[in-house]
Design a protein around this ligand. Structure first.
Ligand SMILES: [Zn+2]
Length: 154
């Protein structure tokens, strides 16, 4: 890990014990989980840009990519790649986006490192994507199908 020349500002920055994603990791808050290994979990974004929009997060708390060492950075993108295969298969998507925001200026809403996996269909091409709101039943159904597609990969 290198020492950055500048700090990344985020007004959503909170002590680790108040971190929403740490609470999801520990099970204190519920989530629509699709994947878990020793060091990562993946769960559905509650306000998805497209159906199947998933977040991959390290279990260890850190705010930005700069709080991870090179090995951790490589690992989270490997996990995001694997998760993307399940997301694309389950959603019958034609492509996907990985997005990783650092700091408030970059629209990072939760100050715990995460990688967005956003599936896209051909008809989405060139379109601005709005946040969606799905029912709890729909979210559970989507999470189940992604989870079972990821389980087929290896
Ligand atoms: Zn956290």
């Amino acid at each position: 890990m290198k020492t950055p020349a500048k700090r990344i500002y985020n007004s959503a920055s909170v002590p680790q014990e108040d971190c929403v994603f740490c609470k999801i990791v520990s099970g204190k808050l519920p989530s629509y989980k699709v994947y878990e290994d020793d060091r990562h979990i993946a769960f559905l974004d509650i306000n998805p840009f497209s159906v199947g929009h998933t977040l991959v997060t390290p279990k260890r708390h850190g705010e930005t990519l700069w709080d991870m060492d090179d090995h951790e950075i490589a690992e989270i993108f490997k996990v995001a790649s694997k998760v993307s295969m399940g997301v694309v298969a389950a959603m019958n998507a034609d492509g996907f986006r990985l997005m990783q925001n650092n700091g408030e200026a970059a629209n990072q809403a939760v100050a715990h490192i995460h990688v967005h996996v956003i599936p896209n269909k051909m008809e989405d091409k060139g379109k601005f994507m709005n946040r969606l709101k799905l029912s709890g039943d729909e979210m559970a159904k989507v999470a189940d199908s992604i989870k079972s597609e990821i389980a087929k990969i290896e």
